[in-house]
Design a protein around this ligand. Structure first.
Ligand SMILES: Cc1cc2nc3c(=O)[nH]c(=O)nc-3n(C[C@H](O)[C@H](O)[C@H](O)COP(=O)(O)O)c2cc1C
Length: 205
């Protein structure tokens, strides 16, 4: 177990600097790094696409719900709106180049699956495919769409969930030694997590 006191006692964190609210990227990047996911989706005719998303979050245990925020400017937005389905695929750091590619080109102009070597496989409950090289998959049905400004929050009920073998430790948490997510700092800067495990001390009331 690692000691984390070196971070919590760091005096420089106490000195604050304003971020201008019109500097929208910096405002939002105060909540980064964030793990990215690859959403897969398809239209009613079965044309498939994938989009890289840094803005995703679980929202409920029971029922299991997740939310993803997608700009209407993106082609995937129209597909998810049309079929009310998407799959959350969690890529390992090894898929950084492919994930950046998926997040840099639109399925309106090209078939991203043809351009990069990722394996599409049929999902269990939805028409959208899964990306086999990812280590976790959550098949979702959209229950609610919320316009939040320049993005739409698609809130999905998880219909099926599965992972690569050995995803969990005996304690039932993701084995971070085996599965390294891609963390987005902003722009084309990414990182991943370390092997270090921290457990909080029980602070006395
Ligand atoms: C690291 C990264 C994170 C991104 N996060 C989001 C996001 O959370 N929501 C979103 O709408 N677009 C996000 N994008 C942008 C889309 O992935 C990008 O516009 C993509 O080309 C859209 O593809 P599409 O037109 O085929 O749907 C992100 C891109 C990158 C590279």
């Amino acid at each position: 177990m690692e000691n984390y006191n070196i971070v919590s006692t760091n005096k420089h964190l106490m000195k604050k600097v304003d971020v201008r609210l019109d500097d929208v990227r910096r405002v939002i990047r105060l909540m980064h790094p964030r793990p990215i996911v690859l959403l897969t989706c398809s239209d009613k005719e079965g044309k498939e696409n994938a989009i890289t998303v840094a803005w995703s979050t679980p929202t409920s245990f029971e029922p299991p719900m997740v939310a993803v925020s997608v700009s209407p400017k993106n082609y995937s937005h129209s597909l998810i709106s049309e079929t009310k389905e998407f799959v959350v695929n969690v890529p390992p750091i090894d898929l950084l180049d492919e994930s950046y590619f998926i997040g840099s080109y639109s399925g309106k102009e090209l078939d991203k699956f043809k351009e990069i070597k990722l394996t599409k496989k049929p999902a269990k409950k939805v028409k959208a495919p899964i990306i086999e090289e990812c280590f976790a998959h959550l098949e979702c049905k959209v229950e609610k769409e919320v316009n939040t400004g320049d993005h739409t929050l698609f809130i999905g009920l998880v219909l099926a969930a599965y992972s690569s073998e050995g995803a969990f430790t005996n304690e039932g948490v993701i084995d971070i030694k085996k599965f390294k997510p891609i963390m987005h700092c902003g722009g084309n800067i990414f990182t991943t997590i370390s092997d270090k495990i921290f457990k909080p001390k029980e602070l006395k009331i």
